[in-house]
Design a binder for this molecule. Structure first.
Ligand code: SF4
Length: 369
């Protein structure tokens, strides 16, 4: 497949592995955090960790939007769907994420709530057009990559006067999360030597958004694509920086990512959304200015204002180590529930459900307890 196969070439991968082996300093460790779940899955799917010398170690970051969504937000969505006569439109990967009291969006749907799976924001708009008297709520989640389609949906709803459409906005921002991890000096900063930076997110916000990693935290960062050769080349670039004592922002994913990003998408986001003063991240806690909410000009499409609910305090699954996995402090196989009680058939935490979750990567690609 053009543009994919060339970045999955086994011979080139072996050459890169040889280059990395030749250049690593055998007297030190290289602890590299890959921020994105997409990187984690590439590392395990293509056996990249096994191609690395034993002193190059990948630490998995929190870059999976489903995994970092706190349980309270799913509880809130379920409560909205149960307490109001609405249609809740959501992406399939959220349906099985555990909420409090062993509930999921699937179990709420089975119990009668009108919850429908969509593949794009356009599907939610279509529901709203088809059923003009019934409220349709888009359960919107994701990093900056998936935020522009939500912005377009809000603009479309306003232009078409779709007054029965609204958005339960859970879009979050990656730079504050990375900042939180690097600030957590007691646990993380000292033990991370370099960062494989977000790729698809960077297509929207641009690589310059991560300059703070080098300036404020003195860590090298390489914006890395998701294909195996991208990850391996980025790893080599980080190792070279670390060996040379350099600390700069580099962009390996230049075929897609620019310094400034997609200015048109940024303008759409700015027009329809604003910073949320505080938002809770699973694993990282409450972070200031780390998420988005509906802008005042689009307030009539804000589901949180239209369908207010009160929920009980959330109940995390006992024993689930997702928060520590998301902070990069534990590997999935360190969780006592991994593979014994928790597996993709019976997921106890979001990291096992999501297609980008670290626990799912370990399970799917063979690193089992
Ligand atoms: Fe949570 Fe399951 Fe992962 Fe353990 S294995 S951290 S229970 S998702």
């Amino acid at each position: 497949m053009k543009y994919l196969d060339e970045f999955r070439d086994g011979q080139l991968a072996r050459q890169l592995a040889d280059r990395i082996a030749a250049e690593v300093n055998p007297n030190r460790y290289y602890r590299l955090m890959e921020f994105c779940g997409g990187h984690t899955h590439a590392i395990f799917r293509y056996g990249i960790q096994d191609l690395m010398p034993p002193n190059v170690h990948f630490i998995h970051g929190p870059g999976c939007p489903v995994c970092v969504l706190p349980m309270a937000r799913i509880d809130q969505a379920i409560a909205m769907a149960q307490q109001y006569s609405i249609t809740l439109a959501t992406y399939g990967d959220l349906m099985r994420v555990p909420a409090s009291h062993r509930q999921t969006l699937f179990s709420a749907k089975a119990a009668g709530a009108d919850i429908r799976i969509i593949t794009s924001t356009q599907d939610a708009l279509t529901f709203a057009r088809q059923t003009s008297t019934r409220p349709v709520v888009l359960f919107a989640i994701g990093f900056e990559t998936t935020t522009p389609p939500t912005a377009v949906a809000l603009i479309t709803a306003q232009q078409e006067r779709l007054h029965n459409f609204s958005v339960f906005c859970n879009h979050v921002l990656t730079p504050p999360a990375l900042q939180a991890i690097l600030t957590d000096t007691a646990h993380q900063s000292a033990s991370i030597d370099g960062i494989l930076g977000p790729s698809h997110v960077s297509t929207i916000i641009g690589s310059a958004a991560y300059q703070f990693v080098t300036q404020a935290f003195n860590k090298p960062i390489v914006i890395a694509g998701f294909e195996p050769l991208d990850v391996m080349q980025s790893t080599l670039m980080l190792i070279r920086q670390i060996n040379d004592g350099r600390c700069v922002l580099e962009n390996q994913y230049q075929r897609v990512v620019t310094t400034a990003g997609n200015c048109k998408a940024q303008a759409l986001m700015k027009m329809t959304l604003k910073l949320r003063p505080q938002f809770e991240w699973r694993g990282l806690g409450w972070l200031a200015n780390s998420a988005l909410q509906i802008a005042d000009e689009y307030a009539e499409f804000d589901a949180e204002q239209r369908f207010a609910v009160t929920i009980k305090p959330s109940e995390e699954q006992r024993g689930c180590q997702c928060p520590s996995v998301l902070r990069g402090q534990l590997e999935p196989t360190d969780c006592p529930l991994f593979g014994r009680v928790c597996n993709p058939e019976n997921p106890l935490g979001a990291c096992m459900v999501s297609s980008e979750g670290a626990c799912a990567a370990y399970w799917n690609y063979g690193r089992r307890a």
